[in-house]
Ligand binder design. Structure first.
Ligand code: HAM
Length: 395
């Protein structure tokens, strides 16, 4: 992920794990699920009794840092990526955790279909590099605030006569955040929504042209996509282009990555009026899809050589560190132990080769290099040259 983001001109930014609570209420939105139900909020020990919150997402912290450190003047477009833990008090289930990790990217300063498509492409190429298949890229435009206000009125007028049929959650949303009803998982709600007016029909001409251009550019880059007219996203800061990438590999929580444009946020948080667009992807969900599809996952490093000592601990200890200094992953049990115990440890750390060093080997300066797998002797090695021997061909 880092490599691809760096190739696309994004620089890494690291923000604190917690921020002032109001940062999230002001950006993600008072009525959003995150703010109403999911934040880990606590009062710190200051005299002012500050309210702090473990970050539920990375966009608001990046914007806060951008404004606070006066990065506005540093160029027409600033591109950042980040990676780290996020916290949401949600009902834990497959693909949904209370502490999870996101990789995200944000481009601040430019409002253009090209910039939006760069972000979608970055996310898509990251997935491709990781070997993910059967992805579904969904896009939508939620227009500017005027279009959304017009649409909200039309949607409310349409739903009002059917309010009794709505799910409990949607009844509340009808009052507080009607657009989110489009996101409802309730089948009854979805049935009702089939006849509902469409947000795309409320777009002003400029937003509509902009959205058409986004589609053309995605086609130019051969990114397959579908338009999902019900895609509105659960965070309040979005406008114009929004997108989500899903995988059938995941169950109900099938969104691997998502994002969109959030042009008003920097101004809301005290900065200049700069447009921005970004995305975040859940790292646990990416791994889940990779595992499900049998994509290549790097194995954790295992020791190449395990040294078992038969009363020659100090000699083995020196040998072990000579190997490590020579760049060879090596291991031994740091305590005088029975051979069986040492072998158990060698097995548990999945070492590839084994040498056993007793009085004889120490005297002769030679030992048999064996495969852990079947005990087969590979060759006899000269202990004084162990690093070179372990780097030689075929080992
Ligand atoms: P989000 O849709 O809330 O957007 O989260 C983005 C991704 O984080 C999701 O698609 C999912 O993969 C992962 N995710 C979210 N919640 C959980 C959870 N509880 N457990 C595991 N994974 C989870 C944002 O956070 C925006 N900040 C994205 C963005 C960046 N928009 C513009 N810039």
């Amino acid at each position: 992920m880092r490599e691809v983001a760096l190739d696309y001109g994004y620089r890494e930014i690291r923000t604190p794990i917690f921020e002032k609570t109001e940062l999230f209420t002001r950006s993600v939105g008072e009525q959003s699920d995150i703010v109403t139900k999911e934040m880990y909020t606590f009062i710190d020990k200051s005299r002012e009794k500050q309210s702090l919150t473990l970050r539920p997402e990375g966009t608001a912290p990046v914007v806060r840092a951008f404004v606070e450190h006066g990065l506005q003047g540093a160029g027409p477009c600033q591109k950042f990526f980040y990676m780290g833990p996020m916290f949401r008090y949600e009902r834990p289930q497959s693909g949904r955790y209370r502490q999870f990790h996101q990789f995200g990217a944000e481009a601040i300063g430019i409002s253009s279909p090209e910039q939006d498509v760069e972000l979608i492409d970055l996310l898509y190429q990251i997935y491709k590099r990781l070997g993910l298949k059967n992805l579904n890229v969904m896009i939508n435009s939620i227009g500017n605030s005027i279009a959304r206000a017009t649409y909200k009125e039309r949607l409310c007028a349409f739903l009002q006569p059917h309010v009794e049929k709505l799910s409990e959650e949607s009844k509340i949303r009808l009052r507080d955040n009607p657009l989110r009803i489009l996101d409802s998982k309730s089948l009854e709600d979805q049935k009702l929504l089939q006849e509902a007016p469409e947000l795309l029909n409320c777009l002003d001409e400029q937003s509509a042209t902009y959205f058409t251009k986004v589609q053309e550019l995605l086609t130019d880059l051969e990114i397959p996509f579908t338009i999902n007219k019900k895609l509105v996203r659960g965070l309040d800061y979005y406008n114009q282009t929004v997108f989500e990438i899903t995988s059938s590999e995941l169950g109900a929580q099938n969104t691997i990555g998502a994002g969109g444009r959030y042009d008003g946020l920097i101004k809301t948080l005290g900065g200049s009026d700069l447009p921005s667009v970004g995305f975040a992807t859940g790292i646990e969900r990416v791994i889940q899809v990779m595992e499900g599809q049998g994509a290549y996952l790097p194995k954790s490093t295992v020791p190449k050589l395990f040294i078992a000592s038969m009363g020659t601990e100090q000699y083995c200890f020196k040998l072990l560190f000579a190997l490590r200094r020579g760049g060879i992953a090596a291991e031994m049990l740091m305590k005088q132990s029975k051979f069986k115990q040492q072998l158990n440890f060698a097995n548990s750390c999945k070492a590839t080769y084994l040498i056993v060093i007793g009085e004889n080997e120490m005297q002769s300066g030679k030992a048999a290099l064996k495969k852990m797998e079947d005990g087969e002797i590979v060759k006899e090695i000269v202990l004084a040259k162990i690093v070179e021997e372990m780097k030689s061909d075929g080992i």
